[in-house]
Design a protein around this ligand. Structure first.
Ligand code: 5AD
Length: 343
């Protein structure tokens, strides 16, 4: 299925669209994305903000600046926010993030907060959860240990990544992960196994998107076919939707980079979440994970109007009331409680 093209591919996407509509609905959930810092201790071979890229102006938004951005997210009627950054494990970073979570939760008690701040100690995940984060995104990038090793430096490991995902689940988070699609050395077989990994890990949410080279990384000149990446990206969404009908799947920014209609195509292929960018315009250019990542200066309310119109145009409905917790997570929790009561 991952290799399909043409009319068979269209059929696959239609099936996934209809499975999503039946198991969830035709509603699209919004997550206001705030990329609050590009400082990173990791040196992933594919990533534009890897620590050894000296050509990036590094920034870190203060808790107050992040709160002001949350105001804009809330002002646009969005009920969930994603706080994403490069990875750091120092106390100053952790304390500042805990403070940020606390003040956002205080002002917006009902807002869904997702964190995406890399690998941490179990106790740190617990601190974030206690401070009000209920969802966490940590992409595994690939489910093949050897392939993982070819994308990352020796101080990073697949095992630790998976261990972190386990900690997150044990802490009580809605757990999101995903992979990079059409990344260097990856085969379609790898991607098929990735789907099985996501399914057997029983994830609640997924964000995955095509790899796009960045000029200042070791993969700068990696030969790469944008059309193939886009098709594989869309087919991955559809196949995952068929395998896991009730999880949240994001239509990601990388799809949008490859095609001006990328976001709608992702929704048409079975995704149900979009993550419009709310990072202050001054910082967007510095959060270049890959070349040509959209960093326009269009004000958020204009972007939101366009996005809502495009969603309506493909037969889906922008959902602005329900904050869209993962249905899979809600069911998983209810089943665990029922089990406990039986005992
Ligand atoms: N192309 C596409 N996605 C990338 N990411 C990092 N670098 C790239 C790239 N060159 C993705 C990774 C990471 C997420 C924040 O961004 O999957 O988990």
């Amino acid at each position: 299925m991952l290799r399909l093209s043409g009319s068979e591919q269209a059929e696959l996407h239609r099936m996934a669209f209809s499975v999503r509509n039946k198991s969830l609905s035709n509603r699209v959930y919004f997550r206001g994305l705030v990329e609050f810092s590009n400082i990173c201790v990791n040196d992933c071979f594919y990533c534009g903000i890897r620590k050894s890229n000296g050509n990036v102006r590094r920034y870190e938004m203060s808790p107050e600046e992040i709160l002001a951005t949350a105001d804009i997210v809330a002002g646009n009627g969005i009920t969930s926010i994603v706080l994403q950054s490069g990875e750091r494990r120092d106390r100053r970073f952790i304390d500042s993030l805990v403070k940020t979570l606390t003040i956002i939760k205080d002002r917006y008690p009902h807002m869904g907060i997702t964190l995406s701040a890399g690998e941490q100690e179990r106790s740190v995940f617990e601190e974030f959860f206690a401070a009000g984060a209920e969802r966490y995104l940590l992409r595994v990038e690939t489910s093949d240990e050897e392939h993982y090793g070819r994308l990352h430096p020796p101080d990073m490991s697949f095992r630790n990544r998976v261990r972190c995902l386990e900690y997150l689940r044990e802490t009580g988070f809605q757990v999101g992960t995903g992979v990079m699609i059409n990344s260097p050395y990856q085969t379609v077989e790898n991607l098929a196994r990735d789907i099985m990994f996501l399914k057997s890990f029983d994830i609640d949410m997924c964000g995955m998107g095509p790899f796009i080279p960045h000029g200042e990384t070791p993969f700068a000149r990696y030969e790469y076919d944008a059309e193939k990446s886009l098709n594989l990206g869309l087919n991955m969404i559809s196949v995952l939707r068929l395998a896991m009908p009730d999880i949240n799947i994001a239509s990601t920014t990388a799809l949008e980079t490859l095609s001006s209609e990328g976001r709608e195509l992702g929704l048409l292929a079975g995704a149900n979440v979009v993550m419009p960018q709310f990072s202050p315009a001054v910082n967007r250019r510095e959060y270049m994970l890959y070349d040509n990542k959209p960093a326009g200066e269009t004000p958020p309310d204009e972007l939101m109007d366009t996005l809502k119109r495009k969603i309506n145009a493909i037969g889906m409905v922008p959902e602005m009331e329900d904050r869209g917790d993962s249905r899979h997570f809600i069911t998983r929790k209810a089943m665990a409680t029922a089990d406990k009561n039986k005992i």
